[in-house]
Structures are given as C-alpha cells and as structure tokens.
Design a binder for this molecule. Structure first.
Ligand code: URA
Length: 249
C-alpha cells in the first residue's frame, strides 16, 4: 500500500495499535511488541524478520511438528510467517537463545563453517570435569567416534557447571565433548551467539524481534546475502547443527 494511502487510513481511524485507535501517522511501533490492526485484522510486518526466542525445554527445533510441539508454537501470531525458520538447532532438552529468520541468506551466513560464529553454552554436569579437560578442549577434543572437534573454550565454573564456547556446530557437540572428557551433561543452556546474549527479560517460551543494533552484535552486515531488508519500524555447506537433516534431537 502506498504511504499516502496508509496515512489516509490512519487519519480515517482504520488502524489500531495495542487495542487503541491510532490517528497519528507518525506513531512508532516495535515489531514483536506492538499489535497493529487494520480494519480489525492483524498487520504482519513486511521485509525480513529476525527473532530471538528463549527456547524452553521440550520443544523441537523444527518447522513441522511430526514429533511433538516445535519452537514455532512459541512465536506470537503477529511474528509468525510461513517462511520463518530456526537458524541452526538446539536439542529438544536444550534451553536458551535460538534465532529464527525469514532470510535464508542470513541463516547461511550464520551457520557457514568458515564464519566461525561463537556460541556460548552453560552446561550442568553429572560429575566434575577433570582440570585437564580445559587443555583438551583448547587443543580440539576427539569424540568417541573419532570425530575431531575444532579448538573450543572450556571454563570450569564449579563441580557441576561449565561454560563451553564453540565456533562450530556438530550434532550434540557439547554433550559429546563433555562425554569424551569423562562426565555428562544433565542440562544445557545457550547464552550467546556472536556478541548477542539472550535477553534476560525473555522468559522461557517468549520471543521478540531483534533490533538493528542487536543485529550488529552478530558481526554481520544487513541486508543479508539475498539483499532484503529487516522488518523493523524502530530503532562449503551449512554446519551440521542446521535444521532439516533428519537427525533425532
Ligand atoms: N550441543 C549439544 O550437545 N546440544 C545442543 O543443543 C547444542 C549444542
């Protein structure tokens, strides 16, 4: 709809923001926070979306719900679009930061092995890790099946907690690295991707749009590689934690 027509519709009182009639064409709205109605119908943002979800335990990182509830069930109606998909994957029992986007170019950029985008996890351990595990992580852990991992950071926080920072994304990687060092993970939470931390205000199961300022923390320029714009009214091959490879979660 041309801007002039949109302004006219606002002036004629056909638009409501958060349940209140809006006649101010200059009113700012935030995608994912404000609900905009036009003639009583929810207006969905155009342009690409990037969404931050605090993934709860028990939902699958998938767009189709063959095996139970998926992360898509956590996305509010006004942000949910057919082309929205998770960037990479967290296991069903893993909680924390999960990004979803409509931009395939952005997904590719963030999951491409050569980008080495950092991901930080807080792991709860069944038993203490030996101090030497720190050096093993730094050198590159060899998994039980002989797979060699890239160097990673292990910070032993206590007998039952460790922080792991990876720059790659293999299947069940944190759990398998910890197992290779003689412990096991009883709970896993992703805290950060690049320099973008999970918003502490987001309770498990809550999602919101990522701002342009936050996008910069991912170390990527927008537009993504397909050249489209982020919907915001204010201010080699993909890694094997990618979606849709048919592996159990
Ligand atoms: N590593 C794992 O083992 N599981 C996840 O969900 C993410 C990283």
């Amino acid at each position: 709809m041309p801007r002039s027509e949109a302004q006219k519709n606002v002036r004629f009182g056909k638009v409501a923001v958060n349940g209140k009639n809006c006649r101010d064409g200059g009113q700012q709205v935030v995608v994912g926070r404000d609900v905009v109605l036009f003639r009583g119908q929810v207006v969905r943002p155009t342009g690409h979306l990037l969404i931050m979800l605090h993934k709860p335990a028990g939902v699958i990182t998938s767009t189709s719900d063959g095996g139970g509830p998926t992360v898509m069930s956590c996305i509010p109606d006004e942000l949910n679009r057919k082309d929205l998909a998770p960037i990479g994957r967290l296991d069903k029992d893993t909680t924390g930061l999960l990004l979803l986007t409509t931009d395939g170019g952005l997904t590719h950029a963030l999951t491409h092995p050569r980008r080495h985008v950092e991901k930080a996890y807080l792991a709860t351990l069944s038993q203490p890790l030996p101090a030497e595990a720190v050096q093993r992580f730094a050198a590159g852990v060899e998994l039980a099946d002989g797979t060699l991992c890239a160097p990673a950071l292990l910070e032993i926080l206590s007998e039952s907690q460790a922080r792991v920072v990876l720059r790659e994304g293999k299947y069940h990687q944190v759990k398998r690295m910890v197992a290779a060092c003689g412990s096991s993970v009883t709970a896993l939470h992703r805290e950060r991707i690049g320099d973008l931390w999970l918003d502490p205000a987001l309770q498990p199961g809550m999602a919101r749009a990522v701002s342009l300022e936050e996008l910069a923390l991912l170390g990527l320029a927008w537009p993504g590689t397909d050249g489209a714009e982020l919907a915001e009214t204010t201010g080699e091959s993909a890694e094997d934690d990618g979606v849709g490879d048919g592996l159990p979660q």
